[in-house]
Each structure stands twice: as C-alpha cells, then as structure tokens.
Write a protein that binds this ligand. Structure first.
Ligand code: FES
Length: 83
C-alpha cells in the first residue's frame, strides 16, 4: 500500500525507515521524500512514528526482519525426482 502517492513511498518503506531510526517527519522526508510534494500524506506518515496510531505495526514489521530462517532450494531436476 502506498502512503505517499506523489513519491511512490510504500507502507513497508516507511516502516523500514522508522525501524532503522527515523524518529520524526523530518527524518522521513529526508530519507524517503515522503510528504515533500503535496503534503497530504504527512498526517498518515506521522501516525507510524512512535506514539502514533500505527506505531505498533512498525514494531511488528521490524520483528519480522530479524531472526533466523531456513530456505530450501530444490532444482527442477530434484523436484522431478521427488514427484
Ligand atoms: S502524497 Fe505524499 S507528498 Fe503527496
């Protein structure tokens, strides 16, 4: 979902920037360019910052970026042999 249509900034980009330390709208503007054109996204973007309505979503998203996971890659040949 796009938060800033003018600059094609997605919710995920916004959450990543905040998880990596953006602490206010000025940081988001500097890092992403959000709210630097028409400005209509400024209030929504601000709601993702600490204390905002969607701040908890940033933490949940950031938690998904860390931790270990295992990826198994099978070649087409191996898949044919298994099937
Ligand atoms: S929608 Fe973000 S600056 Fe216009």
């Amino acid at each position: 979902m796009y938060i800033c249509v003018c600059n094609a900034i997605s919710e995920r980009q916004l959450q990543d920037a905040i998880a990596q330390g953006a602490a206010n709208l000025a940081d988001l503007q500097a890092q992403l360019g959000v709210a630097t054109c028409c400005g209509s996204c400024a209030d929504t973007a601000t709601e993702y910052l600490p204390g905002g309505r969607y701040a908890a979503d940033v933490g949940a998203h950031a938690g998904g970026l860390v931790g270990e996971f295992e990826v198994t890659v099978l070649s087409r040949e191996a898949i044919r042999r298994v099937a």
